[in-house]
Design a protein around this ligand. Structure first.
Ligand code: GLU
Length: 476
């Protein structure tokens, strides 16, 4: 966190919003209506644990209901407070608009350090929190649909879904009350990896545009790019894993809660992740150079910096020292408004959070649709697709017979071509398409408007334009 006086997280989001609306032509009053958070519910509840009652404080904030249900994760962290939840809810509104997930924005949080509790205790706490929210329709398939966020995952979502079902025994759409559930409890394949996968697709799309790559002072493809990742949680781990295993990137530093590891020849993401799972941190990892103040590695020379942990980690204290020329915000709000100004002036290109980490909510949208339609994607058409592909292969093989050595079908091609798309392939395809289209919308605004010179401002303009259209259609 910054040692200098900086706006709060919510103020920082508002400043970024203001910069965008200053060049837009919104009707009077609508600007304020879109910016403000509609409502924030605070709940304090007690749970009997270890022989005494412990009181917890939780929030569910609804930023905009221009579309319903509203959507956004539930975070478990000691840093949770009303300002943070409201900032995150606002980002959800813009994020959903940008990637055309048909939701308003919401966010929840529980002020708790989940590592201090065992599984049974966490279940009691989660079920009680879910009860408090569900009885006020703040968990509801058509009104408010939570999802995982920092400190929560599939397990918590399964408890929430079950709690809702117990309270709404005749709701046939109960499974759609929350997303990010395990696949055996109504979830969808590819949801856990989705945010990290979205970061990978975002970078792949960025590197398809030579002009944009040049604007970031880079050249070529993702292959060989030096990447620094902060936070090897669900998002950072999957992004680092896919970028290093599939795109040829080199992860030269990993920053975690207890310190940072650096190895210019590239760290083994899987091995570091396993080490953290076993030892609770990166300290003691046999390879690379360890330092206790890991945030120093944010300032290392690299091609791509991936902050995938907390908000406000790039701030007035360190912005000037950041050497990366491309930053992709896998976390929500990792760059403060003040740091954003400094980095922009330095010529650093920032792929903004509302786009970069939208993979999670995009696949949540697919899961919600799956739950409402009560059928797995691909169930009806997969074998039919395979049968048609078989027809083509049979015909080609018949020709092959006549052509002799002049032509033949490679076995790899045949195997790939014959395989029909299952749920995972369809989810990845839908996510890739979403990330490509959203990027293209942003870059068009970025390059075509003289009064816009960065992707963040372009992302706000693209998102706010859609929210505005929705309000107008309602006659507001
Ligand atoms: N918590 C994630 C986010 O910040 C996912 C939200 C969702 O899937 O609804 O985008």
């Amino acid at each position: 966190m910054s040692t200098r006086k900086e706006p709060s997280f919510r103020e920082s989001v508002d400043l970024m919003f203001n910069r965008a609306v200053a060049v837009m032509d919104l009707p009077p009053g609508l600007e304020e209506k879109i910016r403000v958070c509609n409502a924030t519910y605070t709940v304090r509840f007690g749970v009997r644990l270890r022989g005494q009652i412990q009181t917890f404080t939780g929030y569910r904030s609804v930023h905009s209901e221009h579309m319903e249900p509203v959507k956004g994760g539930i975070r478990y962290s000691l840093g949770v407070n009303q300002d943070e939840v409201e900032a995150l809810a606002a980002l959800m509104t813009y994020k959903c608009a940008l990637v055309e997930a048909p939701f308003g924005g919401s966010k929840g949080g529980l002020c708790i350090d989940p590592r201090q509790y065992d599984e049974h205790e966490l279940e009691l706490i989660t079920r009680r929190f879910a009860y408090e929210l569900a009885k006020r329709d703040l968990i509801h398939p058509s009104q408010n649909v939570p999802a995982p966020d920092m400190g929560t995952g599939e397990r918590e979502m399964a408890w929430i879904a079950d709690q809702y079902r117990r309270m709404n025994t005749t709701d046939i759409n109960a499974a759609a009350c929350v997303t990010g559930k395990p696949t055996h409890a109504g979830g969808i394949q590819g949801r856990t990896e989705a945010t990290g996968r979205g970061v990978q697709y975002a970078l792949q799309e960025f590197f398809r545009h030579k002009e944009d790559v040049k604007a970031a002072g880079l050249s070529g493809t993702l292959d060989g790019k030096r990447v620094i990742v902060q936070g090897l949680g669900n998002v950072g781990y999957h992004a680092a894993k896919f970028l290093s295993e599939q795109d040829g990137c080199k992860v030269t530093a990993i920053i975690e809660r207890d310190g940072g590891l650096m190895d210019e020849s590239g760290l083994d993401v899987e091995a570091v992740r396993n080490w953290i799972a076993k030892h609770g941190g990166v300290d003691g990892y046999p390879e690379g150079k360890y330092i206790r103040d890991g945030s120093k590695y944010l300032e290392n020379d690299c091609d791509i910096l991936v902050p995938a942990a907390l908000e406000g980690v790039i701030n007035l204290d360190n912005a000037q020292n950041i050497k990366a020329s491309l930053i992709i915000e896998a976390a929500n709000g990792p760059v403060t408004a003040g740091a954003d100004d400094i980095l922009r002036k330095k010529g650093c290109v920032i792929i903004p959070d509302m786009y970069a980490n939208a993979g999670g909510v995009t696949v949540s949208y697919f899961e919600w649709v799956k739950n409402l339609s009560h059928i797995r994607f691909g169930r009806m058409n997969r074998r039919e697709e395979e049968a048609r592909n078989q027809l083509v292969v049979d015909e080609l093989e018949r020709l092959d017979h006549y052509l002799g050595d002049a032509w033949s079908m490679s076995p790899e091609f045949k195997q790939k071509f014959l395989k029909g798309a299952g749920e995972l392939e369809l989810v990845r395809s839908g996510l890739d398409d979403t990330m490509r289209l959203a990027y293209q919308q942003m870059r068009e605004i970025w390059h075509e408007r003289d009064d816009v010179d960065d992707l963040r401002m372009a992302s706000y303009i693209a998102a706010i334009t859609k929210v505005e259209a929705s309000y107008r259609a309602k006659g507001l």
